[in-house]
Design a protein around this ligand. Structure first.
Ligand code: FAD
Length: 669
């Protein structure tokens, strides 16, 4: 909103909540010229979402920021179920792990206030030069130049921005960042700036301005469930107050207890006594923190619950809705609460929102750089719409279970059986921990050719590109890696660095820097015939350097922000994991493609790993974990968002090439 200024950016992001900031982080990592605007000021806020599931922790780790979050957050390893006994008094009926064991290298989800997570994301984004975050700025109009949308290099979207006047502008940094959030100098209310963007991402929350401008709507229902939320330092004798608890009382309703950082506890309390008005909405003004506390006190009886310090409170009626369109012409996208709303109890809101733009960001970056074809962007809606729909289905069942009272007798039709509740909770953990996400076959995810000719029945589910070019689906071979599921996030097991014997989770080596990873499971390379297959694979890959350019730089580490991957180009990084004993194979037995050498930096010692017993941390049994034959191995392609894209034999380099050719811009294009 610099007065009368006109500027150009590749990407404009509207909204600096979790979804917008994840999109911005991708753009920062990939070196894309980006502007983020948010109508709020940047002062510390309390409340809103707080749960970070294990999958989101993995994502944040891939950007090097998970340590800061884990250090500050409250960890939540346990879930306690409290239910009425025969006399109607609540008692602890079970204690279970809060997340299914072994799903992730992060053992359980954590809790941290949304504004702290946003602050850490902003602090990270501010390290990069191409992204600028402007608070106190909002859009006033948005237009697409329809004559130019076919040309993805054009800045076909025009957005007018204005400064939001708040009396004063501040340098607030949410308390963590030493680099101030950029503010707009000398702007007066009413001044407008015009930004021309190639892409816009509307991450402006449940009441999205961007969605309204596009004329899109949310489809679904407002439920009758009304919940109050209190963030307090509790004064209580309830023994499980520092564990996550589901407390079902006999007659008075349900509460969920969520322990938080700094001694806080969040209490979600079902408010069953509030009657809605004629429009189906309840009268918020009738609900106060005192009335929420009173309802919670009834449920938690005979234990006491009170507070002196309250951090935040809110009340909400659950709407379960999904947007009717996720993008306009794959130029203006919607993400996060702007395209799905649901209840907050399963801690999904912030996670699914972050994961929306984690899916979208690298795709836009690759198209902006001219590496990927624009048709790649269609996969955002196909992939994320199904997640949003599953989220709503999950939420409907979860809300019903939470909002129903326990059965009084076997003949009681209205109540829920507590054993059913506990079973459903366990089943739903897979979804709520974020590992249930499974992208179907499409342009970026190959289909399994061993599964009954799926391609013949369903050709080209991603449709055709703008110029009518059919995309089809690449085929690959799921049985070669039975536990590494096409379309799901690549699992992680411990392996050892061949060169220095250090033990790593393989997932830790797969950073979010916009590159695909081609993992060569090289098998037992101590056998000459297997090493011959590996040498042959390397030769074939080297011959395809034009269609699948390999990145020659090193993995980014937290302290090396500016050692940008862009400098060394390429679309994929090659990692090798073999199953021979380290002492049987010297690193120089591997061909240069697998052990790259740089004139200045020497060998890259971080790209060959072994599935072997480590000195101090046991055996990761990675080949078993991935379901791969230890002798013959296979090749697995992982997308930049860590989902498994293609699986094939070492000899199937042409199949690998066919996978990439479908969406990469080729030198001949
Ligand atoms: P948001 O976090 O809503 O971010 C949207 C951003 O866009 C905001 O910063 C906003 O200022 C900005 N914006 C909006 N309009 C404009 C505009 N016109 N121009 C510029 N900027 C704009 N989830 C839970 O899990 N538990 C909870 O208890 C919980 N409570 C909540 C309470 C409230 C009051 C709200 C609003 C949400 C709550 N949520 C809760 C939901 C959770 O916060 C969201 O699911 C999550 O934040 C979604 O992230 P997002 O980035 O999509 O949207």
């Amino acid at each position: 909103a610099e007065p009368n200024k006109e500027s150009e950016v590749d990407v404009l992001i509207i909204g600096a909540g979790p979804a917008g900031l994840m999109a911005a982080l991708w753009m920062a990592r990939c070196g894309i010229k980006t502007r983020v605007v948010d109508k709020r000021d940047a002062t510390v806020r309390a409340g809103q979402a707080d749960g970070i599931q294990c999958r989101t922790l993995e994502i944040l780790d891939s950007f090097g920021i998970v340590d800061r979050i884990c250090k500050e957050s409250c960890h939540m390893p346990e879930m306690c179920m409290w239910n009425p006994d025969r006399d109607g008094l609540i008692h602890r009926s079970s204690r279970i792990p809060n997340t299914i064991k072994g799903l992730s290298r992060f053992p359980c989800g954590v809790l941290l206030a949304q504004h702290r997570i946003e602050a850490i994301l902003i602090e990270e984004i501010n390290q990069y030069p191409t992204v600028h975050i402007h608070h106190n700025v909002e859009p006033v109009s948005i237009d697409i130049d329809n004559n130019n949308t076919h040309d993805h290099t054009s800045h076909a979207i025009r957005v007018k921005l204005k400064q939001v006047e708040r009396g004063h502008l501040n340098h607030a940094t949410n308390g963590v960042s030493s680099s101030p959030i950029r503010k707009l100098e000398h702007a007066r209310q009413g001044d407008q700036e015009t930004v021309h963007a190639r892409y816009v991402i509307g991450c402006d929350g449940a009441h999205s301005w961007t969605r309204a401008q596009l004329g899109f709507c949310m489809e679904g229902e407002q439920t009758e469930y009304i919940w109050g939320v209190l963030d307090i330092i509790p004064l209580t004798d309830f023994p499980d107050i520092r564990s996550r608890c589901a407390i079902h009382s006999a007659e008075s309703g349900t509460i969920m207890v969520i322990p938080r950082e700094d001694g806080l506890v969040r209490i979600y309390c079902q408010l069953s006594t509030v009657a809605p008005g004629d429009d189906g909405r309840f009268d918020r003004s009738r609900i106060t923190p005192e009335s929420i506390l009173e309802a919670a006190q009834k449920i938690i009886k005979p234990y006491k619950l009170d507070y002196k310090y309250r951090d935040w409170w809110t009340v909400y009626q659950i709407g379960q809705r999904v947007g009717n369109h996720f993008s306009a012409q794959e130029r203006i996208f919607l993400a996060g609460d702007a395209i799905h709303t649901h209840s907050p109890k399963a801690g999904q809101g912030m996670n699914v929102s972050i994961q929306d733009t984690y899916n979208l960001g690298w795709k836009i970056a690759m198209v902006v750089k001219g590496i990927a074809k624009p048709s790649t962007l269609k996969t955002y809606e196909t992939e994320r719409r199904s997640v949003a729909q599953e989220l709503i289905a999950f939420d409907q069942e979860y809300s019903r279970l939470w909002s129903s009272r326990p059965k009084k007798a076997i003949t009681d039709q209205d109540g829920i059986n507590i054993a059913d509740f506990e079973r459903a909770f366990l089943q739903q953990q897979l979804f709520s921990s974020g590992f249930g996400v499974h992208y179907g076959p499409g342009l970026l995810t190959a289909h399994d050719s061993s599964s009954n000719g799926w391609v013949a029945k369903c050709p080209a589910p991603e449709g055709k590109t703008a110029n009518g070019e059919g995309q089809g689906v690449a085929s690959s071979h799921q049985p070669l890696a039975t536990r590494t599921v096409l379309g799901k996030r690549f699992p992680s097991f411990k392996v050892i660095n061949h060169c220095d014997a250090r033990s790593w989770h393989l997932g830790e080596r797969i950073k979010s820097d916009g590159l695909f990873h081609i993992v060569l499971f090289a098998g037992d390379v101590s056998q000459p015939s297997q090493m011959d297959r590996v040498l042959c694979f390397a030769r074939e890959m080297a011959e395809r350097a034009d269609t699948i350019p390999l990145h020659r730089g090193r993995v980014l580490f937290e302290s090396q922000h500016n050692a940008s991957t862009q400098d060394r180009g390429g679309v994929a990084r090659l990692l090798t994991v073999h199953s021979a004993l380290r002492r049987c194979v010297e690193m120089h037995a591997f061909p240069p493609l697998l052990l790259p050498y740089d004139e200045e930096l020497g060998y890259d010692y971080d790209c060959i790993f072994v599935d072997e017993e480590s000195y101090y941390q046991g055996h990761g049994h990675a080949y078993d974990g991935y379901g791969i034959d230890r002798t013959r191995g296979c090749v697995v392609v992982i997308r930049p968002d860590q989902h498994v894209a293609w699986i094939g034999e070492l000899e199937d380099v042409s199949g690998l090439e066919a996978y990439f050719r479908r969406f990469l811009v080729q030198p001949s294009d």
